[in-house]
Design a protein around this ligand. Structure first.
Ligand code: GRF
Length: 193
């Protein structure tokens, strides 16, 4: 059997999607290995969750920009990924826009999950955008990452109803349940291609 694809997960927050991926791997539902979990936030919960699974972690260099790494910081990230023989970069709540050094180093090898049915509600807090728009249904999307935000080729989507009385929190929680099913399944599809 061929070697397991080597994944790095990048995240800035609580890492529930990372946990769903790692649990799918441990359950034999996703044929891959997470060899590195990296965050731009030194105190991100995703890092302690990774350590809980015994996985190596890294904190990315501080950036003067809120929405992206510095160009040098992103080059350092590429070096870190290459040193670890990473084949796929999996974004899981990573709050920095991916720029050219990373895109060029991993063409069609960076995957993201977004909490809406793209192309609807790109950008931040997509569940709040869905509530404000009054739609009856939203969802989540796994897609390739390119230079345009939340606009790369779609790999898979899962629908989620907006229910009467939903708050931003209740809707986001329902979307996250769907994310945790969709991400491992969509990634398994990509890796089997
Ligand atoms: C998810 O809702 C994901 O769609 C978005 O950021 C959130 C990350 O959540 N990109 P978590 O850190 O995986 O819990």
């Amino acid at each position: 059997m061929s070697a397991l694809p080597r994944l790095a997960v990048l995240g800035s927050g609580k890492g529930s999607n990372f946990v769903a991926l790692q649990e799918a791997i441990l359950a034999g539902k996703l044929r891959a290995q997470i060899v590195l979990v990296a965050s731009d936030m030194a105190d991100a919960v995703i890092l302690s969750r990774a350590l809980g699974f015994g996985l190596p972690t890294a904190t990315l260099p501080p950036s003067p920009f809120r929405t992206k790494l510095s160009p040098e910081g992103e080059i350092a990230l590429v070096e870190l990924l290459k040193e670890n023989d990473i084949e796929w970069v999996v974004l899981a709540g990573y709050m920095r826009v991916v720029k050219e050094p990373l895109l060029k180093a991993f063409p069609q090898r960076i995957i993201n999950i977004h909490p809406s049915l793209l192309p609807a509600f790109k950008g931040l807090k997509a569940w709040e955008q869905a509530l404000a728009a009054g739609v009856a249904e939203t969802g989540c999307t796994v897609h390739y990452v390119n230079q345009d935000i939340d606009a790369g080729e779609i790999i898979g989507q899962q629908r989620v109803p907006v229910l009467p009385g939903d708050t931003a929190e209740s809707l986001h929680a329902r979307i996250q349940v769907a994310e945790h099913e969709l991400y491992p399944a969509a990634l398994a599809k990509v890796l089997s291609r």
